[in-house]
Write a protein that binds this ligand. Structure first.
Ligand code: DGY
Length: 325
C-alpha cells in the first residue's frame, strides 16, 4: 500500500513538515504566496489529506476534485474558508488550531484598543514628521481605557481572553453571544446583553466572533450609528463582520472615535484605501496570531490533526460538521 499523499498549500513554520512526513508523502506548494486555485484543484486529485491556510477556499468544487480526501486541516482557528457541511457530506474530517493562539490574538486586540484610544500611531507620525516642538496641554487627546466599559462581541476563547484583560484594566465588561455563558460570567465577572445595548453603552467594542452567515456585516451603518462618538471599535475576528463602507463614513464623520483593525474586508486592504488613510484608523495586516511561538504551535497542531486523521484516530482539534456554539 502506498503512503497517503498529503497536499500542503504553503510551507508551514516549525516542525510541521517533519510531523507530516511521518504520516505520508508530503507535497508542498513551493512558492512564497498563496497557491493558485487551478494548481490546487489539479494537485488534490490523489490527496488523502489537505493542509490549508485561511487563504484557500475549500468548497464543493475543490472537494469534488479530491475523491480520496479524508481530512482537511486548516492552520487557523477560523474555518470560514471551509464548507464544513460539504466536507461532512463526503465523510471528510476537518481540523483547526484553537487554544494555541488565544492569548496572542487577545494581546493584539488589546494592542489595537490601546493604540487607537491613546492615538499611538498618530503620536509616532507626529514625532517622525518633526512636529514635536514642546509639551502641549491639549496635544493628541485620546480616550480613557482604564475603568471604562468594554463590550466583547462573541465570548469564545479569544473573547474571554479579551474580557479578562478588560477586567484587569478595571473595566465593566459586557458581552454578546448566541448562547448565555453562565460559568464564564461567574468566573470573569462579565454580563450578557443584546447587541444594541452593548453598542450603545460600551466605550470600547471588540469583535472576536466567528464569521458566519448570521455575523456577516453585523456592524453595519445602523450598528455604527448606535455607538458613542467617543467609542472605539476593534476587530480581530474576520473583516466581513463590519460593513467597510459604513465604517469609512463613521470614522470620517466622527460617529465613533476610532477603529483598530487586524482583519479587513477586502483583505488585503490596498494601501490607498480610505481606511488606511484615515488618522483615526489603525490597520495591521492580520497579525493576531503572528508570533513565532504561536504560529509554530498552530502549524504543528494542524500537522498533528492530519496525522491522527490518517491513522483513523481522534484528532487533537476536530470540528463538528456544524457550529456548536
Ligand atoms: C485564525 O487562526 O483564524 C487567525 O485569523 C489566523 O491568524
Amino acid at each position: 500500500m502506498s503512503a497517503p499523499l498529503i497536499v500542503v498549500t504553503r510551507r508551514p513554520p516549525g516542525r510541521a513538515l517533519d510531523i507530516l512526513a511521518e504520516a505520508g508523502e508530503v507535497w508542498v506548494w513551493p512558492e512564497d504566496r498563496a497557491i493558485p486555485r487551478d494548481v490546487l484543484i489539479d494537485r488534490v486529485h490523489d490527496a488523502e489529506a489537505l493542509y490549508t491556510m485561511l487563504t484557500e477556499r475549500v468548497d464543493a468544487e475543490l472537494l469534488d476534485a479530491a475523491p480520496r480526501l479524508r481530512v482537511v486541516s486548516n492552520m487557523a482557528v477560523g474555518v470560514d474558508n471551509i464548507d464544513r457541511e460539504a466536507c461532512a457530506r463526503r465523510g471528510i474530517r476537518v481540523g483547526h488550531t484553537p487554544d494555541v493562539l488565544t492569548e496572542t490574538t487577545a494581546d493584539m486586540a488589546w494592542a489595537l484598543l490601546l493604540a487607537v484610544s491613546r492615538r499611538v500611531v498618530e503620536g509616532v507620525d507626529h514625532v517622525r514628521a518633526g512636529r514635536w516642538r514642546r509639551w502641549e496641554p491639549e496635544l493628541l487627546w485620546g480616550v480613557d481605557v482604564s475603568s471604562t466599559t468594554l463590550g466583547v462581541v462573541g465570548l469564545g476563547r479569544i473573547g474571554a481572553a479579551v474580557a479578562r484583560r478588560g477586567r484587569a484594566f478595571g473595566m465593566d465588561v459586557r458581552y454578546t453571544s448566541r448562547r448565555p455563558k453562565p460559568a464564564l460570567e461567574e468566573a470573569l465577572g462579565v454580563s450578557r446583553v443584546d447587541l444594541d445595548t452593548l453598542l450603545g453603552t460600551s466605550d470600547h467594542v471588540v469583535l472576536t466572533a466567528a464569521l458566519t452567515p448570521e455575523t456577516r456585516y453585523l456592524i453595519d451603518r445602523a450598528a455604527l450609528e448606535r455607538m458613542r462618538p467617543t467609542a472605539t471599535l476593534v476587530n480581530v475576528g474576520r473583516g466581513p463582520l463590519i460593513d467597510t463602507d459604513a465604517l469609512v463614513t463613521a470614522l470620517s464623520e466622527g460617529w465613533i472615535f476610532g477603529a483598530g483593525l487586524d482583519v479587513t474586508d477586502p483583505e488585503p486592504l490596498p494601501a490607498d484605501h480610505p481606511l488606511v488613510e484615515l488618522p483615526n484608523c489603525v490597520v495591521v495586516p492580520h497579525l493576531g496570531s503572528s508570533t513565532r511561538r504561536t504560529r509554530e504551535a498552530m502549524a504543528e497542531l494542524a500537522a498533528r490533526n492530519v496525522v491522527a486523521a490518517l491513522a483513523g484516530e481522534p484528532m487533537p482539534a476536530e470540528l463538528a460538521a456544524t457550529r456548536e456554539s
